[in-house]
Design a protein around this ligand. Structure first.
Ligand SMILES: Cc1cc2nc3c(=O)[nH]c(=O)nc-3n(C[C@H](O)[C@H](O)[C@H](O)COP(=O)(O)OP(=O)(O)OC[C@H]3O[C@@H](n4cnc5c(N)ncnc54)[C@H](O)[C@@H]3O)c2cc1C
Length: 402
């Protein structure tokens, strides 16, 4: 059975590997002419890491990525509201990885080229239209080329053409009013070199985490940071580009932020490449599959990058798709895959709109008024754990004890 995948992002490439493992003949069509290791940091949660381990990529991941030990939720004055252990330290069977998106994408790309062959990824092939004819899907690309497959998986990201063709009336994306300035720079290690922190509140928030094991081994850190500002009213968004350049216009909003272990002003200022991206998502769909065509990753369930679930859920989709098709290599197999994955990912999309596990930031922010206040005087441990446990349950991953 010949399966075409549109999009060589993390989801599309992982699906090529899981489907190949099950013996399918897979070709990935990627719009970009020359893939470059774009983006900055992303997190892969234990349910996503389990897929990478299942693909035999654990050693490579351990060389590239930080095994994140904990996430600290902090006030803008640097108080630690909660330190939530992560990965194996939290009792999961697999680690949480913090990694450069481009490096993870290239690890998957090179693995696809080795395992499936050098021609398995066709670059410069922007899918423009598909047509289901009999038992085949005919693909037309923007440069005039065409191809044919038995099944098509749209892993073509947030602005998915496949999703748009299946759901022509969907309309624009939702923009929540938050912009994210992002960057990564080499900087002295903070904390234990394996901890991520999220500080501030819903309107003004800073996320920092190390993403390079190679830098950590040298005693340094490649720190990924995201400065978020919610200024605008929620509205529809027509465009968004992960590569849009920006500068330090957000700095004045972070003037009160003071972290004991990292000098954030110099960190921002020494970052060479800053990008700007709006926090956008889409309402969950009532169906992903139309005949021989289905969706995966951001094309299926675009979500706010809260709770580190975007790449993780794409990886879990890839494994579920291969399992469903190996049990039933027909269009019904696509429906079986959707039946497993759509309810879970729809819940994550909606949970992220409720601000996910980061709700503790607003609870503390409303009660802490100065650097001299004590966190334990204003918020209880039970209150904090109940927020984190609710998100774990909604996002479909639980500690062994839950
Ligand atoms: C350039 C880029 C940079 C990013 N940087 C970050 C980041 O720094 N941090 C973060 O959290 N998330 C980032 N993301 C998003 C993140 O990768 C995804 O949320 C997550 O990994 C799920 O991946 P995906 O494979 O579903 O989608 P994506 O990673 O978006 O991949 C989709 C792929 O499909 C290709 N494509 C699009 N249209 C077509 C078409 N018509 N035909 C063929 N191919 C098509 C795209 O070029 C892309 O390679 C980035 C995405 C991109 C594309």
């Amino acid at each position: 059975m010949k399966i075409a995948i549109a999009g060589a992002g993390i989801g599309g490439l992982a699906a090529a590997l899981t489907l190949h493992q099950q013996g399918f003949d897979v070709t990935v069509y990627e719009a970009v002419r020359e893939l470059k290791p774009l983006g900055v940091g992303i997190n892969v949660l234990p349910h996503g890491s389990s897929v990478l381990h299942h693909l035999g990529l654990n050693e490579q991941m351990d060389q590239l990525a930080i095994r994140t030990r904990a996430v600290e939720y902090r006030t803008r004055f640097g108080h630690i509201i909660q330190s939530d252990p992560r990965g194996v330290e939290a009792g999961f069977a697999f680690p949480q990885y913090s990694v450069h998106r481009g490096q993870l994408q290239f690890l998957l790309l090179e693995t696809v080229q080795v395992r499936l062959g050098p021609d398995a990824v066709v670059a410069g092939a922007a899918l423009q239209h598909f047509e289901q004819v009999g038992e085949k899907v005919e693909l037309s690309f923007a440069d005039g080329r065409s191809a044919e497959a038995d099944l098509l998986i749209g892993a073509d990201g947030f602005w998915s053409l496949v999703r748009a063709q299946i759901n022509p009336d969907e309309g624009p994306a939702h923009y929540a009013g938050t912009m994210m300035w992002r960057g990564a720079c080499e900087f002295p290690q903070f904390g234990d070199g394996r901890t991520m922190f999220i500080a501030g509140n819903h309107d003004v928030k800073l996320v920092c985490y190390p993403i390079s094991e190679e830098a950590r081994q040298r005693g340094s850190s490649l720190v990924n940071w995201v400065a978020e500002l919610r200024q605008d009213a929620p509205r529809a968004a027509e465009t968004a580009d992960w590569t849009q350049s920006a500068s330090l216009e957000f700095l004045p909003f972070f003037s009160e932020f003071l972290m004991a272990d990292i000098d954030i002003g110099p960190m921002f200022e020494s970052t060479q490449n800053i990008t700007l991206y709006p926090m956008i998502d889409r309402d969950p769909l009532t169906g992903w599959t139309q005949g021989r065509v289905s969706l995966l990753g951001d094309a299926a369930h675009p979500m706010y990058p809260i709770g580190a679930n975007g790449a993780s859920q794409a990886l879990v989709d890839a494994k579920a798709l291969a399992e469903a098709l190996s049990n039933n290599p027909t269009p019904q197999g696509l429906l079986d895959y959707e039946k497993v994955r759509r309810p879970i990912t729809s819940k994550v999309v909606l949970a992220n709109r409720q601000y996910g596990p980061e709700r503790v930031l607003d609870i503390a922010d409303a009660r802490i008024k100065s650097a001299d206040d004590r966190i334990e005087d204003v918020i209880t441990a039970e209150e904090l754990e109940s927020v984190a446990a609710q998100y774990r349950a909604r996002a479909g991953f639980k500690k062994a004890s839950e």
